[in-house]
Design a protein around this ligand. Structure first.
Ligand code: PGA
Length: 251
């Protein structure tokens, strides 16, 4: 059966020392009180090599992005192979902030996903509609297109290695969370889209995380839905006690 996962997305927060301290604190807390789900922290590139040896097997580590090219003259870029060489196991791809501010299209994301998989990284692939699309009731259409355009070129075997994260853009960092009913409805829809393409078994084994203002006070209610398999957590992942509160949504 599919995995339950709570993944933190630190975004562009915490300098190296602060990140190392947070990872250590989180490890100590989770050592003392084991989680009922997989726990992942996705950090800026420069933190990865310092943090992976600190957290052992208890916490998976991931990047927040990787390059769409294998290697070479791409000044400032970090490849999937470089991410993997730090011991990181995950990479967030297609986050709405990357799509909006850095113009990442499905074409680009398709290449990033392939490179991530070729380097044995698990992509946490983000999809989600903006407010105007939700208001026009177009959310299903939007997420279906995002999945189809960037992922449906994959073989069933490769698609099985992907974690999806539904993140309504209007809920990210706004304090406005999708209701548990809204989350369940669209997660079930996303699973049906996957089933239509790859069959029920692959769909049933795909973890679909919810992201967008998920915090210790709403995590339990969101995670209680049958098609919500965990969360991708921004703001609430920056303090160990808050992140633990979200992880405890599975207790
Ligand atoms: P948030 O961010 O939890 O701060 O809303 C979630 C995300 O962008 O992954």
């Amino acid at each position: 059966m599919r995995k339950k996962i709570v993944a933190g997305n630190w975004k562009m927060n915490l300098n190296l020392n602060e990140g190392v301290e947070l990872a250590k604190e989180l490890k100590n807390i989770l050592d003392a009180d084991k989680p009922n789900c997989d726990v992942v922290i996705c950090t800026p590139f420069i933190h990865l090599a310092s943090i992976t040896p600190l957290v052992g097997d208890l916490i998976g580590v991931g990047a927040e992005n990787c390059a769409d090219k294998e290697s070479g003259a791409y000044t400032g870029e970090v490849s999937a192979a470089m991410v993997a060489s730090t011991g990181a196991k995950y990479v967030i791809l297609g986050h709405s902030e990357r799509r909006a501010y850095y113009h990442e299209t499905s074409e680009i994301l398709k290449d990033k996903v392939e490179l991530a998989l070729a380097n044995k990284l698990t992509p946490i692939f983000c999809i989600g509609e903006v407010l105007e699309e939700r208001e026009a009731n177009k959310q299903n259409e939007v997420v279906k297109k995002q999945i189809t355009d960037a992922l449906f070129n994959l073989s069933a075997e490769d698609f099985s290695k992907i974690v999806l994260a539904y993140e309504p853009v209007w809920a990210i960092g706004t304090g406005k969370t999708a209701s548990p009913e809204q989350a369940q409805e669209i997660h079930a829809y996303i699973r049906s889209v996957v089933a239509e393409k790859y069959g029920k078994e692959v769909a049933d084994n795909t973890s679909i995380l919810y992201g967008g203002s998920c915090n210790p006070s709403n995590a339990k209610e969101l995670f209680a839905n049958p098609d919500v398999d965990g969360g991708l957590i921004g703001g609430a992942s920056l303090k160990a006690e808050n992140f633990k509160g979200v992880i405890d949504g599975f207790k």
